[in-house]
Design a protein around this ligand. Sequence first.
Ligand code: PLP
Length: 444
Amino acid sequence: MSHVFHRQSNAAYPVAVAGDGPWLIDDQGRRYLDACGGAAVCCLGHSDATVREAIREQAESLAYAHSAFFTTRAAENLANHLIARAEAEIPDNRLDKVYFVSGGSEAAEAALKLARQYFLEIGQPTRHRVIARRQSYHGNTLGALSVGGNQWRREPFEPMLMPATHIAPCYAYRDRAEGESEEAYGRRAADELEAAILDLGSETVAAFIAEPVVGATAGAVPAVPGYLTRIRDICDRHGVLLILDEVMCGMGRTGHLFACAEDGVSPDILLSAKGLGAGYQPIGAMLCSARIHDAIAGGSGFFQHGHTYMGHATACAAALAVQRRLHDDGLLDNVGVQGSALRAALEAAFGQHPHVGDIRGRGLLLGLELVADRATKAPFDAAVRLNARVKREAMARGLMCYPMGGTIDGRRGDHVMLAPPFIIGPEHVSEIVEKLGQALAAAL
Ligand code: PLP
């Protein structure tokens, strides 16, 4: 009998005991090809020698020093690296400071509080509202859940959530009208933000938060070209901070270290986690502009937020080793190559499948939307529990993929997300598609 409080109380989990590149191995010696990086985390696979060595070195000299007393070389070096990459890669980059936390939800909480405190510091105390999108996930803590749009995750806790305004996502597969160009659709979707700001009164709005590529709630849905540029412009015209949540889609997963670079847009605040430490240590980060930082530095001088493990030296050292591997070994080129190969193979295998409505994504963040009827795009009934079945059938075949239910017009829908490590080769691409095909055939 296990004393671990597992999330799914009736599940019998295999015991993971070892990693071997993109494979996980359980205590029975069974091997699982990790085609989803857990939850888009393990971008370097499970046994990277460089990262393990960096962790050992840091832990041997100094594992942890509380951030209220010290900074560390590991934290300083990692922040320098991230800002240098942002400067090099994001057009008109605004990001200049890095606030380290332990994961994605903490990064979202920090961003919401930073946005609020920024407006207090600059003498605009009426700005406290946050606008987000209906199809979004920003974390499971109460602040992050409040701005997230996944109804299933929100429902039990609704009375405890803070008020937030939700607008439509940018979801071309379902929302682009027939005959409407991508550009026109992107403008229409972005203009919902302006309408919401005007409706609330721009003097009350602090921030808009969105994922450049929607991950867990929608299965790798990128914005159409031009959408984020217009969002940036709307935020600037109304003095609203733009928070981009790259917890899942950032750190190279789309083929760019920062997903927003591909859209040509710099946020005021960017959230990072998952691929930042690649699962070797729990770490997240909130990057923000000098303008926001300096308002606090030149005002109260104190950001009223923090956690015990922020800037954890061993986590920062691991993340720096991960980031250097991505950069120095050109791994993002492989994201482009294998991402295109995987997408092409998915289209060849499932492009005409009666229950695959859409194949989408960027780089090695790809999704299939599963529908009961391809012509009407009607989702499967939630009672079918398709997600659980696909996951079970895939695991039985030694494949880890990420089937999830999202929210489509207030109803649950199904998708399978793939987010394999950046180190995969053509043989892994073939195996993923073959086993996924078998799992879908068994589950549907
Ligand atoms: N933001 C996004 C876009 C995510 O995908 C996630 C996790 O899936 C989070 C935030 C929350 O991150 P964490 O689970 O590390 O708290």
